[in-house]
Design a protein around this ligand. Structure first.
Ligand code: PBG
Length: 329
């Protein structure tokens, strides 16, 4: 006789499937990346990210209100910096009246309860498109940390709840934490991009911010000397544990789908919340396939975010956040 256990009993109806489901998706799972530009009345679609936009501050307000009404309560801010304000040291990043600082205030004025996280990185401000100061054909680590710490402080002063360093310099979490503590920002959190890979999936994001590394002699053309090698797994745990020791409140794995083994490793190894960044290339890939009619957009999208959460993510930074929440509500 066939064994008494038949697994299909637990799949027989929608009702029983809903009861035994291990992973649930809700608006509380998401951080929404937002791209901000100078100007008025600007809502421009990013070519390689269909239905995703850069907003000027006036229209950012409407977007933030819409997110809040959908139950999306956390944003991750990125700014597109005009070329004439870029230099090797990211000077503009420290401008108290800079676009990021005004964006933070705009979101907080519009929706005081919205959790505001900010990208702390030099690349949008760098004339070379790097996440650090360039000297002698290299990205200088410790001098960059000084800039990153000041940038984080400037975001905290403008009202950021969390700063999110995305650069992968060594020791930057400690440098940022020390400055925040010294200046009395005890409540400002740090979400560290702790296992961030040198991925080819960031292309559309670099289009969105016009932040790709420049193609100049003696300037590194990629970020492999600071972002992690996609071939490495054990190293991700080392990176992440170090960031926690230095003071990270939340750690991150980035990108998402190709790195779910890393997500589970980290989730098992640490006792702080784990974020996953489902990056621009992952978004673009699905949008393109759906446009061609080759994939069912909504079903694949939901499967992907569910897989990321199942792998161990406590939260997902995703360009799909609005689409997902509209779909499941
Ligand atoms: C750079 C940064 C990148 C992303 C977030 N912060 C790109 C890079 O490292 O070159 C990528 C996000 C995405 O692709 O969606 N500090």
């Amino acid at each position: 006789m066939y064994p008494h256990i038949r697994n299909r009993r637990l799949r027989h109806s929608e009702a029983i499937r809903n009861l035994v489901r291990e992973t649930h998706i809700s608006p509380n799972d998401f951080l929404v990346p937002l791209f901000v530009v100078e100007g008025k009345g600007v809502k421009e679609e990013i070519a390689s990210m269909p239905n995703y936009y850069r907003f000027s501050l006036d229209l950012l307000k409407d977007e933030v209100n819409q997110l809040w009404s959908l139950g999306l309560k956390g944003v991750l801010l990125f700014v597109k910096v005009p070329d004439n304000l870029k230099d090797n040291k990211g000077t503009e990043a420290l401008n108290a009246e800079g676009l990021m600082q005004r964006a933070i205030k705009t979101v907080k004025d519009t929706c005081p309860e919205m959790l505001v996280m900010t990208d702390v990185a030099m690349d949008p401000y760098s004339s070379y498109g790097h996440d650090g100061i360039v000297a002698n054909g290299m990205i200088v680590n410790d001098e960059t940390n000084t800039v990153l710490a000041e940038m984080a402080l400037s975001h905290a002063k403008a009202g950021a709840d969390f700063v999110a360093p995305s650069d992968m310099m060594d020791g930057r979490i400690r440098a940022i934490r020390e400055v925040l503590e010294q200046e009395g920002f005890h409540h400002t959190g740090i979400m560290s991009y702790s296992a961030k890979y040198a991925s080819a999936f960031y292309g559309p994001f670099r289009d969105a911010l016009d932040s790709a590394p420049v193609d100049l002699q003696d300037i590194p053309k990629d970020k492999q000397s600071y972002q992690m090698d996609p071939a490495n797994r054990d190293e991700a745990i080392k990176e992440t544990l170090m960031d926690i020791e230095e003071g990270a409140d939340i750690v991150m794995v980035k990108p998402g789908l190709c790195y779910l083994d890393i997500v589970r490793d980290i989730r098992n190894a640490v006792d702080v919340p784990v974020a996953v960044y489902q990056v621009s290339g992952e978004y673009a890939m699905l949008k393109a396939a759906a446009e061609k009619g080759w994939l069912d957009h909504d079903a694949v999208m939901l499967e992907q975010v569910t897989a990321i959460k199942r792998a161990g993510a406590h939260m997902i930074a995703s360009y799909f956040a609005k689409d997902v929440v509209k779909l499941i509500s």
